[in-house]
Structures are given as C-alpha cells and as structure tokens.
Write a protein that binds this ligand. Structure first.
Ligand SMILES: NC(=O)c1ccc[n+]([C@@H]2O[C@H](COP(=O)([O-])OP(=O)(O)OC[C@H]3O[C@@H](n4cnc5c(N)ncnc54)[C@H](O)[C@@H]3O)[C@@H](O)[C@H]2O)c1
Length: 270
C-alpha cells in the first residue's frame, strides 16, 4: 500500500534496482502464504500470478538475488522467504515509533501485521496531554516531550507519522534530529528531509483517485465499444436512405427478438 518515493538513487548499493526492491515485499507476502500451506516449491509463473507481477519481471528480480530456481522444479519456497527477508533486512527486529495516536494512529497501533513482519512498536507518542499514559493496543501513549529519549533508548530508526498535515514537518524534523533515518508518512503533505533519510508516503485517497481514473477510462471504453458496434453494423435502406441498423433492428429483421420498438404492445407499434 505504500506509495511515493524514497530519497535514494534508483539503484541501491548492492546493485538491486529500487523497482525490484519495491516488488520484494509482494513476493514475500505470496511466499509466506505458500509457506503457511507447507508448499515446498513454486514455479515462477505461479508465484508471479500470486504476487500480481509479470513472470519475466519476477525472474529478472530474482536474478539480482542470485536466485534462479531449478528447471522443472521451480523455486524453493522456504529458501526464497529467507533470501528476500534477508535482503529486506527483516531477519532483524526493527523498533518503530508511531507519532499521532488519533483515529489512524490507534488503528495502526492495533494492526497485528507490524509485529508479524518484524516491526516492533517501541512507543506511541502524541502531543495531547490527555492521551498520555492511556493504553492503546496495550501500549501506554507517551507525551511528545519524551520523543527524543524514546528514540535514543529504544534504538528507533523508523518513525511513522499519523499527525495532522500541519504538524507533520515539525514531527519529522524532531524524528530526524533524534536519529531516525526512515519515515513512513501518512499525513497528506510533502516532507523535506536531509540526504540519507528515506521517506515513504501512504495516501489512500491518491490510490482511490487512481482507481477512479481507471473506472472512468473503462466506462469510456465501454461507451466507445458500443458506439463502434452500432457504427459498424450492416446498413439497411430505410425510405431510400442508407441507415445504420441497430442490434435490435437486426434481431427484429431476423425474427428473433423485439423490433426497434422493443416490447411495445402490437397495437402501439402499428
Ligand atoms: N494516508 C492515508 O491514507 C490517510 C488516511 C486517513 C488519515 N490520514 C491522515 O492521517 C493523519 C491523522 O488522521 P486522524 O484521523 O488519525 O486524525 P486525528 O485528529 O484523529 O489524530 C491526530 C493525532 O495527532 C496528534 N497530534 C497533533 N499534533 C501533534 C504533534 N505535533 N505531535 C504529536 N502528535 C500530534 C493529535 O493529538 C491527535 O491525537 C491526518 O494527517 C490525516 O489526513 C491519512
């Protein structure tokens, strides 16, 4: 779901392109599902379909990991899970700090997927003094004043921002100043960060807008297809003028459906 860009060159130090890195979590999710079902091996086609990726792209991506699979057998699921997890740095535990514990922050804190993927919520932080000490997902919310101490003591390198947009840059600056080098930003604003800090932005409304665009295009294509079907239908002479025949007219002429008047009673068609 994460969208946006990271402030990194298109190719990472070990020669793995950013686009490949962005697909690794998709492969990992599909592989974990296979692993849970104790599936030992998987073909590139099956895995590509499960991850929603083109299979040639998948084989190219895996070649960067030095993983080529075995002809006729496919890829070893467990080994690939290990390889991708190692590449993504998921073989170690990553403490994260979540800032802004409102509707979204509380939902994120309650999301079980962080822990199962190696991300430990080290602290929940909010500026509202009324929230301080209140448990959310079993973790007491801490006041923003403690942010730097929490980051230092818990060795946090990843921060998640779920504050209103107006507070996000200030929170970001404090996170970076305290040593955080990766930020996941949910606030609808562009953050300025120094070199060496990665920012990923999540915006569900942008995703919905992209879907709306595709919906609109699909509707347009359907209309065009209908218009073109009518335009390309065989012509028939009506009162001496060549006119396009609609599907209903064609069916009526063939005697297999209602005429252009549809289901009008016969008396009204006369
Ligand atoms: N990316 C998405 O898809 C998506 C979806 C929903 C909401 N949002 C965004 O997430 C943010 C939070 O939304 P919400 O509905 O949870 O809002 P909310 O008002 O319920 O919660 C915001 C929280 O941030 C806290 N806060 C404000 N200033 C702060 C600061 N300087 N330091 C620390 N905490 C601070 C507030 O006390 C509050 O608890 C908004 O920016 C919203 O636009 C994004």
């Amino acid at each position: 779901m994460a969208t946006g860009r990271t402030h990194r060159p298109a190719t990472r130090s070990r020669g793995i392109p950013e686009a490949t890195v962005a697909r690794l979590p998709l492969y990992l999710r599909a592989l974990n599902a296979l692993s849970e079902r104790s599936v030992p091996t998987v073909s590139s086609e099956e895995l590509a379909a499960a991850a929603g990726v083109n299979s040639a792209k998948l084989r190219k991506d895996f070649s960067y990991l030095g993983s080529y699979g075995t002809r006729g057998v496919g890829y070893d699921v467990e080994y690939l899970v290990y390889q991708i997890s190692r590449e993504l740095g998921l073989t170690q535990d990553w403490p994260i700090v979540l800032v802004g514990i409102g509707n979204l922050g509380a939902a994120l804190a309650n999301y079980g997927g962080f822990a199962s993927r190696g991300f430990r919520v080290a602290a929940l932080v909010d500026a509202d003094p009324a929230l301080a000490g209140k448990p959310v997902a079993g973790i007491p919310v801490q006041h923003i004043d403690t942010l730097e101490t929490v980051i230092r003591e818990q060795h946090v390198s990843i921060g998640v921002i779920a504050t209103p947009a107006g507070a996000a840059q200030q929170v970001c600056d404090r996170l970076v100043g305290a040593g955080v080098t990766s930020i996941l930003n949910f606030a609808p604003t562009v953050l300025a960060v120094p070199d060496g800090v990665d920012v990923r932005k999540v915006d569900l409304s942008i995703e919905l807008q992209i879907l709306a665009f595709h919906e609109q295009r699909k509707a347009g294509e359907e209309n065009l297809a209908e218009e073109s079907a009518v335009r390309n239908a065989p012509t028939t002479a009506v009162s001496g003028v060549a006119a396009k025949e609609t599907p209903a007219e064609r069916a009526a002429r063939a005697g297999d459906g209602p005429g252009p008047e549809g289901d009008l009673p016969a008396v009204m068609r006369a």
